[in-house]
Design a protein around this ligand. Structure first.
Ligand code: PLP
Length: 384
Protein backbone atom coordinates (compact mmCIF):
# COMPACT_ATOMS: atom_id res chain seq x y z
CA UNK A 1 0.00 0.00 0.00
CA UNK A 2 1.49 3.35 -0.86
CA UNK A 3 0.71 6.89 0.19
CA UNK A 4 2.49 10.28 -0.05
CA UNK A 5 4.96 11.43 2.60
CA UNK A 6 3.63 14.61 4.21
CA UNK A 7 6.99 16.37 4.19
CA UNK A 8 8.69 15.24 0.98
CA UNK A 9 5.64 14.40 -1.13
CA UNK A 10 7.34 11.14 -2.18
CA UNK A 11 5.36 7.92 -2.23
CA UNK A 12 6.01 5.78 0.83
CA UNK A 13 4.93 2.25 1.61
CA UNK A 14 2.92 1.94 4.79
CA UNK A 15 4.05 -1.07 6.82
CA UNK A 16 1.35 -3.58 7.75
CA UNK A 17 -0.05 -3.60 11.28
CA UNK A 18 1.71 -6.17 13.46
CA UNK A 19 -0.30 -9.39 13.62
CA UNK A 20 -0.11 -12.67 15.48
CA UNK A 21 0.43 -15.05 12.56
CA UNK A 22 -1.74 -18.13 12.94
CA UNK A 23 -1.24 -19.12 9.29
CA UNK A 24 1.03 -22.13 8.63
CA UNK A 25 4.09 -20.08 7.70
CA UNK A 26 5.57 -17.57 7.27
CA UNK A 27 5.70 -17.22 11.04
CA UNK A 28 6.38 -14.54 13.61
CA UNK A 29 10.13 -14.64 14.22
CA UNK A 30 12.35 -14.04 17.23
CA UNK A 31 13.97 -10.56 17.42
CA UNK A 32 17.40 -12.17 16.97
CA UNK A 33 16.25 -13.52 13.60
CA UNK A 34 14.90 -10.19 12.43
CA UNK A 35 17.96 -8.25 13.61
CA UNK A 36 20.24 -10.46 11.51
CA UNK A 37 18.59 -8.99 8.39
CA UNK A 38 20.32 -5.70 9.18
CA UNK A 39 23.88 -7.06 9.03
CA UNK A 40 26.18 -5.08 6.73
CA UNK A 41 25.83 -5.62 2.99
CA UNK A 42 28.22 -8.24 1.70
CA UNK A 43 29.19 -9.92 -1.57
CA UNK A 44 28.15 -13.58 -1.75
CA UNK A 45 31.61 -14.69 -2.94
CA UNK A 46 33.39 -13.49 0.21
CA UNK A 47 34.70 -15.92 2.86
CA UNK A 48 32.15 -14.82 5.48
CA UNK A 49 29.32 -16.05 3.26
CA UNK A 50 31.14 -19.32 2.58
CA UNK A 51 31.46 -19.83 6.33
CA UNK A 52 27.80 -18.88 6.86
CA UNK A 53 26.65 -21.41 4.27
CA UNK A 54 28.80 -24.16 5.79
CA UNK A 55 27.34 -23.42 9.23
CA UNK A 56 23.75 -23.32 8.03
CA UNK A 57 24.23 -26.55 6.05
CA UNK A 58 25.64 -28.44 8.99
CA UNK A 59 22.97 -27.17 11.42
CA UNK A 60 20.24 -28.16 8.98
CA UNK A 61 21.79 -31.61 8.57
CA UNK A 62 21.74 -32.16 12.29
CA UNK A 63 18.09 -31.04 12.56
CA UNK A 64 17.25 -33.67 9.92
CA UNK A 65 18.60 -36.27 12.36
CA UNK A 66 21.96 -36.86 10.74
CA UNK A 67 25.57 -35.66 10.85
CA UNK A 68 27.90 -34.11 8.31
CA UNK A 69 30.05 -37.26 8.40
CA UNK A 70 27.53 -39.19 6.35
CA UNK A 71 25.13 -36.52 5.08
CA UNK A 72 25.18 -33.14 3.45
CA UNK A 73 22.59 -30.42 2.92
CA UNK A 74 22.16 -28.26 -0.14
CA UNK A 75 20.68 -24.77 0.27
CA UNK A 76 18.35 -23.25 -2.29
CA UNK A 77 17.17 -19.69 -2.53
CA UNK A 78 13.40 -19.84 -2.88
CA UNK A 79 10.41 -20.97 -0.86
CA UNK A 80 9.88 -24.61 0.10
CA UNK A 81 8.60 -25.49 -3.36
CA UNK A 82 12.00 -24.53 -4.84
CA UNK A 83 13.70 -27.22 -2.76
CA UNK A 84 10.91 -29.70 -3.59
CA UNK A 85 11.33 -29.04 -7.29
CA UNK A 86 15.14 -29.24 -7.03
CA UNK A 87 14.87 -32.61 -5.29
CA UNK A 88 12.05 -34.23 -7.25
CA UNK A 89 13.35 -33.07 -10.64
CA UNK A 90 16.89 -34.24 -9.86
CA UNK A 91 16.83 -37.54 -7.99
CA UNK A 92 14.95 -39.88 -10.35
CA UNK A 93 17.16 -41.22 -13.14
CA UNK A 94 15.82 -41.46 -16.72
CA UNK A 95 15.19 -45.18 -16.28
CA UNK A 96 13.67 -44.72 -12.80
CA UNK A 97 10.07 -44.33 -11.67
CA UNK A 98 8.63 -42.58 -8.64
CA UNK A 99 5.57 -43.46 -6.57
CA UNK A 100 3.81 -40.35 -5.27
CA UNK A 101 1.67 -40.72 -2.14
CA UNK A 102 -1.00 -38.05 -2.36
CA UNK A 103 -3.54 -37.26 0.37
CA UNK A 104 -3.80 -33.50 0.16
CA UNK A 105 -2.64 -30.30 -1.48
CA UNK A 106 1.06 -30.91 -0.92
CA UNK A 107 0.98 -34.54 -2.02
CA UNK A 108 -0.66 -33.22 -5.16
CA UNK A 109 2.15 -30.67 -5.52
CA UNK A 110 4.75 -33.47 -5.56
CA UNK A 111 2.78 -35.10 -8.34
CA UNK A 112 2.62 -31.80 -10.25
CA UNK A 113 6.39 -31.44 -10.05
CA UNK A 114 7.21 -34.89 -11.40
CA UNK A 115 4.48 -34.52 -14.02
CA UNK A 116 5.78 -31.16 -15.26
CA UNK A 117 9.29 -32.59 -15.60
CA UNK A 118 8.03 -35.61 -17.51
CA UNK A 119 9.31 -38.03 -14.88
CA UNK A 120 7.89 -41.55 -15.03
CA UNK A 121 5.56 -41.89 -12.05
CA UNK A 122 2.71 -43.69 -10.35
CA UNK A 123 0.34 -41.60 -8.26
CA UNK A 124 -1.58 -43.12 -5.37
CA UNK A 125 -4.43 -40.78 -4.45
CA UNK A 126 -5.95 -41.54 -1.09
CA UNK A 127 -8.24 -38.52 -1.05
CA UNK A 128 -7.99 -35.45 1.13
CA UNK A 129 -8.48 -36.23 4.84
CA UNK A 130 -7.73 -39.93 4.32
CA UNK A 131 -4.66 -41.51 5.85
CA UNK A 132 -2.01 -43.19 3.72
CA UNK A 133 -2.77 -46.90 3.41
CA UNK A 134 0.54 -48.65 4.08
CA UNK A 135 -0.72 -51.99 2.80
CA UNK A 136 -1.60 -50.44 -0.53
CA UNK A 137 1.82 -48.79 -0.66
CA UNK A 138 3.53 -52.11 -0.05
CA UNK A 139 1.39 -53.92 -2.63
CA UNK A 140 2.04 -51.24 -5.23
CA UNK A 141 5.78 -51.41 -4.70
CA UNK A 142 5.88 -55.20 -4.68
CA UNK A 143 3.87 -55.34 -7.91
CA UNK A 144 6.09 -52.83 -9.71
CA UNK A 145 9.84 -53.41 -9.33
CA UNK A 146 10.36 -50.51 -11.77
CA UNK A 147 9.50 -48.04 -9.00
CA UNK A 148 12.83 -46.78 -7.71
CA UNK A 149 11.67 -43.87 -5.56
CA UNK A 150 8.79 -42.84 -3.29
CA UNK A 151 7.73 -39.28 -2.64
CA UNK A 152 5.56 -38.29 0.31
CA UNK A 153 4.68 -35.44 2.67
CA UNK A 154 5.18 -35.87 6.42
CA UNK A 155 2.78 -33.18 7.58
CA UNK A 156 0.05 -32.61 4.99
CA UNK A 157 -0.42 -28.97 5.96
CA UNK A 158 -3.63 -28.57 3.95
CA UNK A 159 -5.55 -30.90 6.26
CA UNK A 160 -3.20 -30.91 9.26
CA UNK A 161 -2.62 -34.66 9.00
CA UNK A 162 0.61 -36.42 10.01
CA UNK A 163 1.55 -39.16 7.55
CA UNK A 164 3.44 -42.33 8.54
CA UNK A 165 6.99 -41.60 7.38
CA UNK A 166 8.60 -44.40 9.34
CA UNK A 167 6.01 -46.91 8.11
CA UNK A 168 6.75 -46.01 4.49
CA UNK A 169 10.50 -45.85 5.22
CA UNK A 170 10.51 -49.38 6.62
CA UNK A 171 8.59 -50.78 3.66
CA UNK A 172 10.93 -49.01 1.23
CA UNK A 173 14.01 -50.20 3.10
CA UNK A 174 12.76 -53.78 2.89
CA UNK A 175 12.14 -53.51 -0.84
CA UNK A 176 15.26 -51.50 -1.66
CA UNK A 177 13.55 -48.26 -2.77
CA UNK A 178 14.55 -44.69 -2.01
CA UNK A 179 12.27 -42.32 -0.04
CA UNK A 180 12.03 -38.54 -0.44
CA UNK A 181 10.04 -36.68 2.21
CA UNK A 182 8.57 -33.21 2.12
CA UNK A 183 9.22 -32.33 5.77
CA UNK A 184 8.63 -28.63 5.11
CA UNK A 185 6.00 -28.09 7.79
CA UNK A 186 7.17 -30.78 10.21
CA UNK A 187 10.91 -30.41 10.58
CA UNK A 188 11.65 -28.95 14.00
CA UNK A 189 8.27 -29.67 15.60
CA UNK A 190 7.47 -33.33 14.87
CA UNK A 191 9.45 -36.51 15.50
CA UNK A 192 11.59 -36.99 12.43
CA UNK A 193 14.94 -38.67 11.97
CA UNK A 194 16.31 -39.54 8.55
CA UNK A 195 18.34 -42.44 9.91
CA UNK A 196 15.69 -44.01 12.15
CA UNK A 197 12.87 -43.36 9.65
CA UNK A 198 14.82 -44.70 6.63
CA UNK A 199 14.47 -41.47 4.70
CA UNK A 200 16.93 -40.87 1.87
CA UNK A 201 16.00 -37.33 0.89
CA UNK A 202 14.63 -34.74 3.29
CA UNK A 203 13.26 -31.43 2.04
CA UNK A 204 12.72 -28.49 4.41
CA UNK A 205 12.32 -24.74 4.53
CA UNK A 206 13.39 -21.85 6.74
CA UNK A 207 10.08 -20.16 7.46
CA UNK A 208 7.86 -22.75 9.10
CA UNK A 209 8.69 -24.65 12.28
CA UNK A 210 12.39 -23.76 12.03
CA UNK A 211 11.15 -20.20 12.60
CA UNK A 212 13.28 -18.33 10.06
CA UNK A 213 12.16 -15.94 7.34
CA UNK A 214 10.95 -16.99 3.86
CA UNK A 215 13.47 -17.31 1.02
CA UNK A 216 15.72 -20.26 1.90
CA UNK A 217 14.93 -23.95 1.57
CA UNK A 218 17.10 -27.08 1.55
CA UNK A 219 17.57 -30.73 0.70
CA UNK A 220 19.47 -33.15 2.95
CA UNK A 221 20.78 -36.55 1.83
CA UNK A 222 23.68 -38.98 2.11
CA UNK A 223 26.85 -37.71 0.46
CA UNK A 224 27.00 -40.85 -1.68
CA UNK A 225 23.45 -40.31 -2.95
CA UNK A 226 24.21 -36.68 -3.80
CA UNK A 227 27.39 -37.67 -5.60
CA UNK A 228 25.54 -40.33 -7.58
CA UNK A 229 23.43 -37.55 -9.11
CA UNK A 230 26.42 -36.86 -11.38
CA UNK A 231 25.03 -39.68 -13.54
CA UNK A 232 21.52 -38.20 -13.81
CA UNK A 233 21.29 -35.60 -16.59
CA UNK A 234 19.83 -32.32 -15.26
CA UNK A 235 16.24 -31.49 -16.14
CA UNK A 236 16.55 -27.87 -14.96
CA UNK A 237 19.40 -25.39 -14.79
CA UNK A 238 18.45 -23.18 -11.87
CA UNK A 239 17.17 -25.97 -9.62
CA UNK A 240 19.71 -28.65 -10.57
CA UNK A 241 20.38 -30.22 -7.17
CA UNK A 242 23.67 -31.73 -8.23
CA UNK A 243 24.97 -28.42 -9.56
CA UNK A 244 24.17 -26.73 -6.24
CA UNK A 245 25.72 -29.62 -4.32
CA UNK A 246 28.99 -29.44 -6.23
CA UNK A 247 29.14 -25.66 -5.82
CA UNK A 248 28.42 -25.71 -2.09
CA UNK A 249 30.24 -28.89 -1.12
CA UNK A 250 33.25 -28.94 -3.40
CA UNK A 251 33.75 -25.32 -4.40
CA UNK A 252 32.59 -23.83 -1.10
CA UNK A 253 30.73 -21.13 -3.00
CA UNK A 254 27.08 -20.77 -4.04
CA UNK A 255 26.12 -21.61 -7.63
CA UNK A 256 24.08 -18.42 -8.04
CA UNK A 257 23.43 -15.42 -5.77
CA UNK A 258 21.71 -16.66 -2.61
CA UNK A 259 19.41 -14.56 -0.39
CA UNK A 260 22.34 -13.70 1.89
CA UNK A 261 20.38 -11.64 4.43
CA UNK A 262 17.73 -14.34 4.78
CA UNK A 263 20.56 -16.84 5.31
CA UNK A 264 21.97 -14.75 8.17
CA UNK A 265 18.50 -14.68 9.68
CA UNK A 266 18.10 -18.43 9.16
CA UNK A 267 21.42 -19.07 10.90
CA UNK A 268 20.06 -17.30 14.00
CA UNK A 269 16.81 -19.26 13.77
CA UNK A 270 18.76 -22.52 13.58
CA UNK A 271 20.77 -21.58 16.66
CA UNK A 272 17.51 -20.91 18.51
CA UNK A 273 16.11 -24.25 17.32
CA UNK A 274 19.23 -26.11 18.44
CA UNK A 275 19.24 -24.29 21.80
CA UNK A 276 15.59 -25.20 22.39
CA UNK A 277 16.09 -28.71 20.99
CA UNK A 278 13.54 -30.52 18.85
CA UNK A 279 12.04 -32.15 21.96
CA UNK A 280 11.72 -28.75 23.63
CA UNK A 281 10.07 -27.27 20.58
CA UNK A 282 7.72 -30.23 20.26
CA UNK A 283 6.70 -29.73 23.90
CA UNK A 284 6.15 -25.98 23.37
CA UNK A 285 4.06 -26.49 20.22
CA UNK A 286 2.08 -29.32 21.79
CA UNK A 287 1.16 -27.24 24.79
CA UNK A 288 0.02 -24.32 22.61
CA UNK A 289 -1.95 -26.67 20.36
CA UNK A 290 -3.57 -28.37 23.37
CA UNK A 291 -4.76 -25.05 24.80
CA UNK A 292 -6.00 -23.90 21.41
CA UNK A 293 -7.95 -27.12 20.87
CA UNK A 294 -9.43 -26.98 24.34
CA UNK A 295 -10.65 -23.44 23.61
CA UNK A 296 -12.06 -24.50 20.24
CA UNK A 297 -14.01 -27.34 21.89
CA UNK A 298 -15.34 -24.90 24.47
CA UNK A 299 -16.72 -22.78 21.59
CA UNK A 300 -18.52 -25.90 20.25
CA UNK A 301 -16.63 -25.77 16.98
CA UNK A 302 -15.92 -28.94 14.99
CA UNK A 303 -12.51 -30.23 13.98
CA UNK A 304 -11.84 -31.43 10.43
CA UNK A 305 -9.78 -34.47 11.45
CA UNK A 306 -10.07 -37.11 14.14
CA UNK A 307 -7.57 -36.54 16.92
CA UNK A 308 -5.29 -39.49 16.04
CA UNK A 309 -4.08 -37.66 12.91
CA UNK A 310 -3.42 -34.25 14.44
CA UNK A 311 -0.06 -32.57 13.99
CA UNK A 312 1.58 -30.42 16.65
CA UNK A 313 1.24 -27.22 14.67
CA UNK A 314 -1.97 -27.03 12.59
CA UNK A 315 -5.63 -27.28 13.61
CA UNK A 316 -8.37 -27.31 10.98
CA UNK A 317 -11.83 -26.26 12.09
CA UNK A 318 -15.18 -26.10 10.28
CA UNK A 319 -16.55 -22.59 9.89
CA UNK A 320 -19.88 -22.67 11.73
CA UNK A 321 -23.16 -22.51 9.84
CA UNK A 322 -24.21 -19.00 8.86
CA UNK A 323 -20.68 -17.54 9.04
CA UNK A 324 -18.38 -16.96 6.06
CA UNK A 325 -14.66 -17.64 6.21
CA UNK A 326 -13.91 -14.27 4.60
CA UNK A 327 -15.75 -12.37 7.35
CA UNK A 328 -14.15 -14.46 10.04
CA UNK A 329 -10.69 -13.83 8.62
CA UNK A 330 -11.24 -10.09 8.19
CA UNK A 331 -12.71 -9.54 11.64
CA UNK A 332 -9.91 -11.48 13.32
CA UNK A 333 -7.31 -9.62 11.30
CA UNK A 334 -8.79 -6.34 12.56
CA UNK A 335 -8.16 -7.65 16.05
CA UNK A 336 -4.56 -8.55 15.30
CA UNK A 337 -4.79 -12.26 14.39
CA UNK A 338 -4.14 -13.77 10.96
CA UNK A 339 -5.90 -17.10 10.34
CA UNK A 340 -5.73 -19.11 7.12
CA UNK A 341 -8.17 -20.68 4.71
CA UNK A 342 -8.07 -24.11 3.18
CA UNK A 343 -8.08 -25.20 -0.46
CA UNK A 344 -11.68 -25.30 -1.75
CA UNK A 345 -11.84 -29.14 -1.72
CA UNK A 346 -12.54 -29.12 2.01
CA UNK A 347 -15.43 -26.64 1.99
CA UNK A 348 -15.70 -23.91 4.63
CA UNK A 349 -12.81 -24.78 6.89
CA UNK A 350 -10.24 -22.53 8.50
CA UNK A 351 -6.76 -23.27 9.74
CA UNK A 352 -5.05 -22.12 12.87
CA UNK A 353 -1.33 -22.75 13.11
CA UNK A 354 0.63 -22.44 16.32
CA UNK A 355 3.95 -22.18 14.49
CA UNK A 356 6.67 -19.69 15.21
CA UNK A 357 7.06 -17.26 18.09
CA UNK A 358 3.48 -17.43 19.36
CA UNK A 359 3.20 -17.26 23.13
CA UNK A 360 0.57 -18.74 25.43
CA UNK A 361 -1.02 -15.33 26.11
CA UNK A 362 -1.56 -14.75 22.38
CA UNK A 363 -3.47 -18.04 22.20
CA UNK A 364 -5.65 -16.95 25.15
CA UNK A 365 -6.28 -13.57 23.51
CA UNK A 366 -7.05 -15.25 20.20
CA UNK A 367 -9.63 -17.56 21.78
CA UNK A 368 -11.39 -14.58 23.34
CA UNK A 369 -11.36 -12.73 20.00
CA UNK A 370 -12.61 -15.82 18.16
CA UNK A 371 -15.51 -16.23 20.59
CA UNK A 372 -16.46 -12.56 20.29
CA UNK A 373 -16.24 -12.46 16.50
CA UNK A 374 -18.20 -15.70 16.01
CA UNK A 375 -20.87 -14.47 18.41
CA UNK A 376 -21.29 -11.19 16.56
CA UNK A 377 -21.20 -12.78 13.09
CA UNK A 378 -23.75 -15.42 14.11
CA UNK A 379 -26.08 -12.68 15.37
CA UNK A 380 -25.57 -10.90 12.06
CA UNK A 381 -24.15 -7.85 13.80
CA UNK A 382 -21.73 -5.54 12.10
CA UNK A 383 -18.50 -6.08 14.00
CA UNK A 384 -15.16 -4.27 14.11
C1 PLP B 1 4.44 -24.67 2.95
C2 PLP B 1 4.59 -26.00 2.37
C3 PLP B 1 5.26 -26.21 1.15
C4 PLP B 1 5.92 -25.13 0.36
O1 PLP B 1 5.21 -23.99 0.13
P1 PLP B 1 6.01 -22.66 -0.27
O2 PLP B 1 4.92 -21.67 -0.43
O3 PLP B 1 6.76 -22.95 -1.51
O4 PLP B 1 6.95 -22.37 0.86
C5 PLP B 1 5.42 -27.50 0.70
N1 PLP B 1 4.97 -28.54 1.40
C6 PLP B 1 4.34 -28.40 2.58
C7 PLP B 1 3.90 -29.62 3.32
C8 PLP B 1 4.13 -27.13 3.10
O5 PLP B 1 3.49 -26.98 4.28
Amino acid sequence: MSTLDEVTGHPVTVPPQPSVLLNPGPVNVHPRVREALAYPDICHREPEVAALMRDVRSKVTSLCGSTTETHSSVLLTGSGTAALEAAFSSIVPREGRILILDNGNYGERLWRIVDVHGIDHVRLEFGWNNPIDLELVEQTLAADPGITHIGMVQHETSTGMINPVRGVGEIAEGLGRSVAVDAISSLGCEQFDMMVDHVDWCIGTANKCLEGLPGISFVCARRGALEALADVPARTLYLDLYGHYVAQEQNDSPLFTPAVQVLYAFDQALDLALEEGVDGRIARYQSLAARLREGIRALDLEFLLPEEHWSNSVTNVHVPEGVSYADLHDELRERGFTIYGVQAQLGEVFRIANMGQVDAQSIEDFLVALGDVLGSLARGEAVA
